[in-house]
Ligand binder design. Structure first.
Ligand code: CTP
Ligand code: MG
Length: 249
């Protein structure tokens, strides 16, 4: 089939190589259990739930590649979904770049999804893919923010008073989530040209913005929250319990 004749192919890169320092001591965050199943398995299943997703590339901690392979071998995915496991880097940006390098050339759309957002509903995944198929080069799911946000001059020592610099109009702010969706060539270009400084980019769409390419926001979902601190584990297990209860009716 010629390139023009076949439908676009979608791959997902899942950065899962972080330690989860803010979650406290224990296993790497992606391997911590939610209702007995590792967070990463929930995240991979959430992506594989979309019929458009052909390939999932998991970026594992460098010392955990074999363990993650075994984990995915043990937890069945739909037959249409292939998966690969590669070793990650010191920053999220580096991990995403390494995952992106493992995506075969015949995939036109690439999603990037945090392993730490295990509960994103399939409708959100499909909406992001659809917006890229409709011609956007970069798509970000996001929600309006609940809190008013202040920009400050960070204090020299933690806990000290901080000078407020600005208060952006809340109605114009959005809190961004994943999966973020991209035209593959655009994301590859961003990762090849946007420099990795300090902790690197925490957001792939921000790198595409630096290229000068347009980024659009689509509605996110409250269940796509990121598991960051211990209380988020309690919330995630509550969401799973609510889903189980609803499935019973
Ligand atoms: N990540 C990664 N490689 C890194 C750092 C982060 O693949 N070197 C991944 C994490 O595994 C996570 C996602 O990027 O799925 C979002 O990062 P974050 O929530 O900050 O996770 P951690 O970096 O693990 O957590 P913390 O910052 O608390 O240590
Ligand atoms: Mg981090």
């Amino acid at each position: 089939m010629s390139d023009e004749a076949r439908p676009p192919r979608t791959a997902v890169v899942i950065p899962a190589a972080g330690r989860g320092v803010r979650l406290g001591p224990g296993a790497p965050k992606a391997l911590r259990a939610l209702n007995g199943t590792p967070m990463l398995v929930h995240a991979v299943r959430a992506m594989a739930a979309s019929r458009a997703v052909r390939l999932v590339v998991v970026v594992a901690p460098a010392d955990g590649v074999a363990e993650v392979k075994h984990l995915l071998d043990d937890h069945a995915l739909p037959e249409r979904t292939d998966y690969l496991v590669v070793a990650g880097g010191d920053t999220r940006q580096e991990s995403v770049r390494l995952g992106l390098e493992a995506v075969p050339d015949d995939h036109d759309i690439v999603l990037v999804h945090d392993a730490a957002r295990p509960l994103v509903p399939v409708d959100t995944v499909d909406a992001v893919i659809e917006a890229v198929r409709d011609g956007a080069v970069a798509v970000v799911p996001a929600l309006p923010v609940a809190d008013t946000v202040k920009e400050v001059e960070p204090a020299a020592e933690p806990g000290g008073p901080e000078q407020v610099v600005a208060t952006p109009v809340r109605a114009r702010l959005r809190a961004v989530q994943t999966p973020q969706g991209f035209d593959r060539a655009t994301l590859v270009d961003a990762h090849a040209t946007v420099a990795l400084a300090g902790e690197g980019a925490t957001d792939d769409a921000g790198m595409v913005e630096k290229l000068g390419a347009p980024v659009v926001v689509v509605p996110g979902h409250e269940e796509a929250f990121k598991v960051t601190r211990p209380l988020d584990l309690v919330l995630a297990e509550a969401v799973l319990a609510r889903r189980r209860a609803n499935d019973g009716f």
